[in-house]
Design a binder for this molecule. Structure first.
Ligand code: URA
Length: 235
């Protein structure tokens, strides 16, 4: 693929802007300087740099973010900055979107992509992707509350009860809750229906994909084929 096109598809601006970046010597390809915008470059395992910043070539951009508290998942946030402000400009330029949403004070694993099909597949209620949360609750969670969450609670917008796929109290006294739907404020509403209250919420996993312990709040990383397989989405 032409180098200019590679940069353009990676979110570095218009074709014209990308041509100028290359002509000004700001781009390297697999470690070699390249100032020819029309150079034919093999995209397999390609890493280019722009102003010294390495960038892998990705046909579609899918990544995980450790969402910090105080960020909204919306593109047009109302009270707090958007999670998209935590990403570098080329990713924002690619029009990436979160896969599902976390509330502004919820922290943890959030997937973000410009792959509409993947977003749709993972958000689809039919797929029943497990979402695992750790909730800090106002009162200690008791056995009756666990039973209620597993048996199912009725939320006001749906007569069908929603059940936790798993619920247990962790060694540090938090509630570890697994759900397979993604309804609005679902965890908070389920816990409230069981007679308790969520004070803080953190998502630790989606399917078999867990938030890496070394990914700090606010940091992101690309998803690879192994990660996608853990979500039941072979690439
Ligand atoms: N359930 C909630 O109540 N809030 C979230 O952010 C996610 C799940």
């Amino acid at each position: 693929m032409e180098l200019e096109r590679i940069l353009h598809r990676s979110g570095f601006g218009t074709r014209r802007a990308c041509r100028a970046l290359i002509r000004h010597g700001r781009v390297t390809v697999n470690g070699e300087a390249c100032d020819n915008p029309f150079a034919d470059v093999d995209t397999a395992d390609l890493v280019f740099t722009v102003d010294g910043q390495p960038w892998p070539y990705r046909e579609t951009a899918t990544l995980m973010l450790h969402k910090p508290a105080g960020y909204e998942c919306s593109r047009k946030p109302q009270h707090h900055p958007s999670i998209l402000t935590l990403l570098p400009a080329p990713l924002r330029e690619r029009d990436v979107q979160p896969i599902g949403r976390l509330d502004e004070e919820t922290t943890g694993l959030l997937l973000i992509t410009d792959d509409g099909k993947l977003n749709h597949a993972l958000s689809s209620p039919k797929r029943k992707v497990a979402k695992v949360y750790l909730a800090t609750t106002r009162y200690p969670v008791d056995a009756a509350q666990i039973e209620t969450l597993l048996a199912g609670v009725v939320l006001h917008d749906d007569p069908q009860p929603v059940r936790a796929a798993a619920a247990e109290v962790t060694a540090d006294g938090r509630l570890r809750l697994t759900i397979t739907e993604g309804k609005y404020h679902q965890v908070k509403r389920m816990v409230a229906a069981a007679g308790n209250r969520v004070e803080a919420l953190h998502r630790v996993a989606l399917g078999d994909l867990t938030l890496p312990a070394d990914l700090q709040p606010g940091a992101w990383r690309w998803l690879d084929a192994a990660d996608l397989a853990k979500l039941g989405c072979p690439s």
